[in-house]
Design a protein around this ligand. Structure first.
Ligand code: ADP
Ligand code: MG
Length: 719
């Protein structure tokens, strides 16, 4: 695309845009009605704050140096054909701005109307020179004389630039699009074509306010996309039959001996939510149908113990239990916990991870096959083909949002057996109820709503990079009272930083802190590239309190449990999603001490005087700082994840992020319930007549669904 060099390409990539398809699906946040272009005199009747497009000729441009600053203020006066005057102000000039503002030339200025002593004014307007062709309206401008899209932008990608790029993407891509919806379906449900839908969603012919859309005034493009989202979803769900079949399983209605033995070792009472989740699982596994349950509860709500206690029933009946964690660190930690809890029983515990030496791995695999090991903790290594179970009764998957949706098919109770193990997944990223029902059908949900008693909420603060010393002082103070701290960075080492020079790395910061700000403390680092043994050693030293401050990448994101740690400092916090930051924050405040989370960012704080203006244009930009502040005010994972959901869409809940897989970008499961029904019926009808989608009118659908199903199964195999 024109104008997209490496820097902008990278920024687009960060926004999830790598292909034309991605770009087409980069939907606007809202629209602005710029169909009417007016003269300055019209503005006397218009209210302040209204978005306006004004046609006027530049009369004068003044540059005013600002005291103590390098940048200059620019003030411009333009006159309309109606003789009225408009003034425009830039509080901060930028390279090439003054040169563009040619005196005597006619421009369109766009922005929010302000009145200065009654006279119309725009601050930081968008503007465009009116050449003969645009003024004669031969060629419609991208930016005015129409309803224009407003996208989520960033410092590097200006609103105008994104809009132009999207406009050209549409020109190129739309003629090449295949409509997945068969004509018949479109006609029956009165849906516009995919071509029109993309054009209309980016550059609508009529203005509409997105926040005022309701079920009975859905714009045609919205109706079409939402229908398609549901339709695709239902289709894949039906075609991927493993998900809807009820699978036979062993039933476990155990004795309570082991359960009581383990429970008695806990230094605390279970919370109400924990008890209930355990009870629900107990009922499920007593049925001869494979359980498929998800336990959702905020970080720190004690899901690990729910998992371990639920395993007792199964172990009591001499079946095996697998506990799968997304990272080695977490698997190791779970392993140690399980081992210590079952120490006084006859249960044999093993750890199976990918990085074990080959011999060791084979030994454990043999032990699993022969039924020597009862409780096996591990990573993806557990679902490799070389792992055969002797009698697998229960699979526990921790932090399931990090795996694919359907790991179930990866586990067999025994080679050759038709029994499936029961399955329970633990997650801190809650799935909205309505989504769970639609998506997973028979999936059961247990929710732990409370945290163990006696925890005080973590205090969270966003600070600028220049205030970093406050963080170090806090760490020193906490360490002096016996506490510990984490520092998290986006990169492992500098060698990764090409193109990301502004990001901090674990290794470089380690050297800097060691020789400077934190010299008097014992600091160490871990990351995914360290040899296993070394990582384990350092984690142990941290657990034992020998290491005061642990520097790390997000490998410690999930599950790690060191209750004595009270400070979590996160650098380049703007690079992380809110839910991810919340997870990280969940590493502290686990004991009885007050926890502090400090988010360090170099993004601009929202300035009070010019909060609504960004540098080039009069439109708001996505401000990382404001986004991060959400964490200062909320400590609820549910709330934060909902906020994230609004920002990013629910695609993540499927764990499958490859392009083309069904996502709900526009659909609202409450508002659009009627469309959901219609789409579901349409998909069911098609599959009834043509289960393999081999009819000619289903060619596009067939191509799409094969791609998605194949990608999904690959995703599972590679984990
Ligand atoms: P998560 O739900 O995030 O996986 P964990 O299982 O790691 O949470 O538990 C967090 C901490 O809370 C652990 O240190 C655990 O020992 C402790 N914990 C779990 N249940 C309780 C409880 N009922 N009362 C007090 N502490 C608990
Ligand atoms: Mg956990």
């Amino acid at each position: 695309m024109k104008g997209v060099g490496p820097k902008r390409a990278q920024e687009f990539q960060r926004k999830g845009i790598q292909s034309l398809e991605d770009a087409l699906y980069y939907f606007p946040l809202r629209y602005e009605d710029r169909t009417r272009i007016c003269g300055p005199k019209d503005l006397y009747k218009v209210e302040e704050g209204t978005s306006i497009s004004v046609l006027a000729t530049i009369q004068s441009v003044r540059e005013i140096p600002l005291k103590g600053k390098k940048s200059r203020l620019i003030e411009l006066v333009a006159i309309g054909d109606d003789g009225g005057l408009l003034s425009c102000t830039w509080f901060q000039s930028y390279k090439g701005l003054k040169e563009k503002l040619e005196i005597g030339k006619k421009f369109i200025f766009q922005g929010k109307l302000k009145k200065f002593r009654g006279a119309p004014q725009i601050i930081h307007p968008e503007f465009e020179l009116q050449t003969a062709s645009t003024s004669k309206k031969q060629k419609k401008s991208i930016h005015w004389g129409r309803v224009v899209p407003i996208y989520s932008r960033s410092e590097i990608l200006s609103q105008k630039f994104i809009r132009e790029t999207l406009f050209h993407c549409l020109e190129i891509a739309v003629p090449q699009l295949n409509d997945l919806l068969p004509d018949q379906v479109r006609e029956k449900h009165q849906l516009i074509s995919i071509q029109d839908a993309f054009k209309e969603i980016h550059f609508p012919s009529n203005y509409f306010a997105i926040d005022q859309i309701s079920s009975n005034n859905l714009p045609p493009a919205y109706r079409r996309f939402i229908f398609e989202e549901f339709f695709k979803f239902q289709l894949i769900l039906k075609m991927d039959r493993t998900k809807i079949k009820k699978l036979p399983a062993q039933s476990f209605s155990g004795k309570n001996e082991l359960f009581e033995l383990i429970k008695a070792q806990l230094p605390f009472e279970l919370t109400q939510g924990q008890k209930q989740a355990i009870e629900e699982i107990r009922k499920d596994v007593a049925e001869p149908i494979a359980m498929n349950r998800i336990v959702q509860g905020d970080v720190g709500s004690g899901k690990t113990l729910v998992a371990i206690l639920s395993a007792c029933n199964i172990l009591d009946q001499n079946a095996q239990v697998a506990l799968m964690a997304p990272t080695e660190i977490l698997a190791e930690q779970h392993y140690r916990l399980v081992q210590s809890l079952f120490e006084n029983s006859s249960i044999r515990v093993a750890l199976l991870t990918g990085s074990l030496p080959k011999k060791e791995k084979e030994k454990i695999q043999l032990g699993i096959r022969e039924g020597h090991y009862h409780f096996v903790v591990g990573t993806h290594a557990l679902i490799q083909a070389s792992v055969q179970w002797n009698n697998l009764g229960l699979v526990i998957i921790d932090e399931q949002h990090r795996f694919g949706v359907n790991q179930r098919t990866q586990f067999l109770a025994q080679p050759g057996s038709n029994l499936s193990p029961h399955m329970v997944t633990m997650t801190a990223t809650p799935i909205p109820r309505s989504l769970a029902l639609t998506v997973f059908g028979e999936l059961q949900v247990s929710t732990i709503t409370e945290l163990p008693a006696g925890r005080s909420p973590i205090k969270t603060k966003v600070i600028a990079g220049s205030e970093r010393n406050k963080l170090y002082n806090l760490i020193k103070k906490e360490v002096s009272t016996g506490r510990q701290a984490y520092l998290v960075y986006p990169l492992v080492s500098e060698s990764e930083s090409e193109g990301f020079e502004h990001l901090k790395s674990v290794e470089k910061e380690f050297v800097r802190l060691k020789n400077g700000p934190l010299a008097e403390l014992n600091i160490a680092f871990v990351h995914g590239k360290l040899p296993n043994e070394e990582r384990l050693k350092i984690m142990n030293e941290f657990k034992e309190g020998k290491v005061h401050v642990l520097l790390s990448t997000t490998v410690i994101e999930v599950g790690v449990d060191v209750p004595n740690a009270t400070v979590m400092g996160i650098e380049n916090a703007e690079r992380f999603g809110l839910s991810q930051l919340h997870q990280l924050r969940g590493r502290i405040g686990r004991g009885k001490h007050q926890g502090y989370c400090v988010l360090v960012t170099d993004s601009k704080p929202p300035s009070t005087s010019q909060a609504n203006f960004d540098l080039e244009e009069g439109v708001e930009e996505e401000s990382p700082w404001v986004r991060l502040q959400k964490l200062e005010i909320s400590t609820s994972g549910f709330e934060i994840s909902e906020f994230d959901l609004k920002l990013r869409g629910p695609g993540d809940f499927f764990g499958t992020k490859q392009s083309g897989s069904p996502t709900f970008r526009l659909a609202d499961l409450v508002r659009d319930i009627d469309l959901l029904e219609n789409a579901r019926n349409a998909a069911d009808l098609i599959l009834q007549d043509d289960p393999n989608l081999s009819n000619a009118e289903h060619t596009n659908l067939k191509k799409w669904s094969s791609k998605v199903l194949e990608a999904a199964s690959k995703n599972l195999k590679s984990g």
